[in-house]
Write a protein that binds this ligand. Structure first.
Ligand code: SF4
Length: 228
């Protein structure tokens, strides 16, 4: 049997005291660039690449559209494989914001009903349903729970829902757990997204969880079952 969603509120309080979350952008355009800044890079490198991009180009669509290959390509090469594709993606981001949002993505999103705002976000490279929901939540445009894959995995191992046949179904089950907590405030939902992601990246890893180092070890269904 799954544990009650209300347990999650106390667990997140523990994570808040024990797990550091690195700051990341919370506005739509920077969030999208953040996702597209490198190829399979960790958070620290992503931050370095993003700051270098900001310093060399800027984060406005006008600046990105006006930047030459000579400026963009070296930045893209620092981000790993397929730099040309990354440059094209940066230009696509700028083009969508300029052509479809009159240069202001956040204002465009705020002017739309949530399903249309979501559809607009999914036009950007590397932004699917969870990414669109994350942008809408973090920017306070549509406050509804969302997670990324590390958080989904951690919630399942913690015993909040049983194994599902597909990632899509697991994602929905994980979001339903957040909904069932009854928490609807943006700050808490953003924190839940970030702390559960950090948990999945630090101890509740995809391959093998490191339960001995996990702040939730004493209360975790997975650890208690000894199924490591
Ligand atoms: S105790 Fe282990 S399985 Fe449970 S959340 Fe922590 S790392 Fe994951």
């Amino acid at each position: 049997m799954s544990r009650p969603a209300s347990d999650l509120i106390a667990l997140l309080d523990v994570l808040k005291r024990t797990l550091r979350v690195a700051p990341a952008p919370g506005e739509p355009m920077p969030m999208i660039l953040w996702e597209n800044i490198g190829y399979l890079v960790d958070d620290a490198r992503r931050r370095r690449l993003f700051d270098a991009f900001d310093a060399a180009v800027g984060l406005t669509p006008e600046a990105i559209a006006a930047a030459s290959d000579g400026v963009l390509l070296p930045l893209a090469r620092d981000g790993g494989m397929r730099p040309e594709i990354r440059v094209e993606r940066w230009r696509t981001i700028a083009r969508i914001v300029l052509d479809r949002c009159d240069g202001d993505l956040e204002a465009a999103l705020r002017s739309l009903p949530p399903p249309k705002a979501r559809a607009l976000l999914k036009m950007f490279p590397m932004i699917g349903d969870p990414g669109a929901d994350k942008v809408l939540l973090f920017a306070g445009i549509a406050v509804r729970p969302c997670l990324e894959s590390n958080g989904v995995r951690a919630l399942a191992r913690l015993g909040f829902f049983g194994e599902q046949a597909s990632y899509d179904r697991s994602y929905k089950a994980a979001v339903a757990v957040l909904e069932a907590t009854g928490r609807t405030d943006r700050a808490w939902l953003v924190d839940a997204h970030e702390r559960l992601r950090a948990l999945g990246k630090t101890t509740c890893k995809r391959g093998a969880p490191i339960c001995a180092a996990c702040p939730l070890d004493a209360t975790c269904a997975h650890a208690a079952a000894g199924s490591l």
